[in-house]
Ligand binder design. Structure first.
Ligand code: ADP
Ligand code: ASP
Ligand code: MG
Length: 421
């Protein structure tokens, strides 16, 4: 018997009509003779709305209580879907993350899954039930507290359950037809990919393509879980994310796509005394404050003894905390000032073989120039080229690069109006 894990994102369960549609799809899969485990996100923008409610009391709500609050969103959608499935005449059982045996680290708001004990799920499956598991949550055994897995965490729940249950596939249903060469909301002529390797998907997700949460792709790659990204609004075949099938190898460059990320902020420390240890001290201060550094740039034009500027790019929510932590090092380090800028975005061309001298960097820069996009930070690696620019110029940069790197198709990608997480 085939065991399928199906995950439906917030936009796919945004209202009762959408939940009924999901219930019908799940029941149809079950009636084909498969065991089905379903992971649902919270309805529509519920998580954002819950966070907004909490922030009406204080800008920094207590993290433990925030997790208790936010996990309710996923329990509501799961229970409603179970009710809808039962109304269609099938057995269904909805479980919270802890009930489903999802155990995590203790960190509120961004816990990591450490263990999945799926006995309860198995028992329910053996009874012939469709099992629904609330995504994005688990339990820490030491604190006995409920935790959340970070934004987009239901993808990770689905993959972790698929791995623990040795499911044949993990299907991720969303509001676009699959993984594209760029966000189809920005590039109407983005190309739908039939297949993408874990590695390439990891790079796209790390660079901001939120169609799959980065941690879910890493998890799937480690455990060898095949992911099938599909639309919950239609029946298109979608995109398969799995290990590379190309064993021939090639040295030619392959461009996967263009990704963008509007979730970062830039924090700059100017006039830092340029001698060994100062930058390390700044990086340590940011790391100790929990800042997940995405880019760090230092450019010392003059030799040691002069002064240098250091720029960090990190998630917007963590930037203010990092700013405060950097300010605290002022007396010790003696820099000139620290500034903060949240009006930035990052655009990346993802692909292999784009080494310096290959011409790709020149094409990248010339394309941005022609689109009137000013480069603030640029970085190159084996997996691509990224630029930091004004957030308002991101869409233009994505479109221009998509065209310049020959990724446009002639067919317009269908995009559904609803968005969620
Ligand atoms: P869900 O609510 O299903 O979890 P998300 O909003 O998290 O959905 O992710 C789906 C969205 O990801 C799409 O609506 C699309 O705008 C965006 N996206 C960004 N990059 C890509 C890409 N390369 N391919 C497909 N979708 C992408
Ligand atoms: N509801 C959570 C979020 O909005 C988790 C998820 O949907 O994956 O981030
Ligand atoms: Mg998502």
């Amino acid at each position: 018997m085939v065991l399928i894990v199906q995950k439906y994102g917030g936009s796919s369960v945004a209202g009762t009509d959408r939940i009924r549609h999901v219930a019908e799809r799940v029941v149809a899969t079950h009636r084909e003779g498969h065991d089905v485990v379903v992971v649902l996100s919270a309805m529509g923008d519920t998580t954002d709305e819950l966070l907004d409610l909490a922030r009406q009391f204080t800008p920094l709500p207590n993290p433990r209580e925030l997790d208790v609050l936010c996990t309710a969103g996923e329990r509501i959608s799961n229970a409603l879907a179970a009710i809808a499935i039962r109304a269609l005449g099938e057995r269904a059982c909805s479980l919270s993350g802890p009930q489903a045996g999802v155990f995590t680290t203790a960190e509120y708001g961004n816990a990591q899954i450490v263990e999945v004990s799926p006995q309860r799920i198995r028992r329910e499956l053996d009874r012939g039930a469709i099992v629904l598991v609330a995504g994005f949550q688990g339990l820490n055994r030491d604190t006995d507290d409920i935790t959340t897995l970070g934004r987009g965490g239901s993808d990770t729940t689905a993959i972790a359950l698929a791995a623990a249950l040795k499911a044949d596939v993990c299907e991720i249903y969303t509001d676009v037809d699959g993984v594209y060469s760029a966000d189809p909301r920005i590039v109407p002529n983005a190309a739908l990919l039939d297949h993408i390797t874990y590695e390439a998907m990891q790079e796209m997700a790390a660079a901001g393509s939120k169609v799959l949460a980065l941690r879910s792709v890493e998890y799937a790659r480690r455990c060898g879980v095949p992911i099938h990204v599909r639309s919950s609004f239609g029946d298109k075949p979608g995109t398969l994310v799995s290990a590379s099938t190309d064993h021939l190898g090639t040295e030619q460059s392959t461009i996967t796509g263009v990704a963008h990320d509007l979730s970062g902020a830039k924090v700059t420390v100017t006039g830092v005394p340029n001698h060994p240890g100062t930058v390390g001290r700044l990086v340590r201060a940011v790391a100790d404050a929990g800042g997940e550094i995405d880019m760090v740039v230092q450019n010392a034009v003059r030799p040691a003894g002069g002064r240098t500027d250091v720029t960090f790019v990190l998630p917007r929510e963590g930037a203010l905390v990092a700013l405060a932590a950097l300010r605290e090092t002022h007396a010790e380090i003696g820099f000139e000032e620290v500034s903060h800028d949240a009006d930035v975005g990052k655009v990346s061309v993802i692909g292999t073989g784009m080494r310096a001298g290959s011409g790709a960097t020149a094409t990248f820069c010339e394309t941005l120039a022609a689109a009137g996009v000013n480069v603030e930070i640029m970085s190159m690696s084996e997996i691509g080229i990224s630029v930091l620019c004004r957030s308002g110029q991101v869409a233009d940069a994505v479109r221009a690069l998509h065209t310049a790197f020959d990724l446009d198709t002639t067919e317009a990608a269908p995009v559904h109006a609803v968005t969620g997480r």
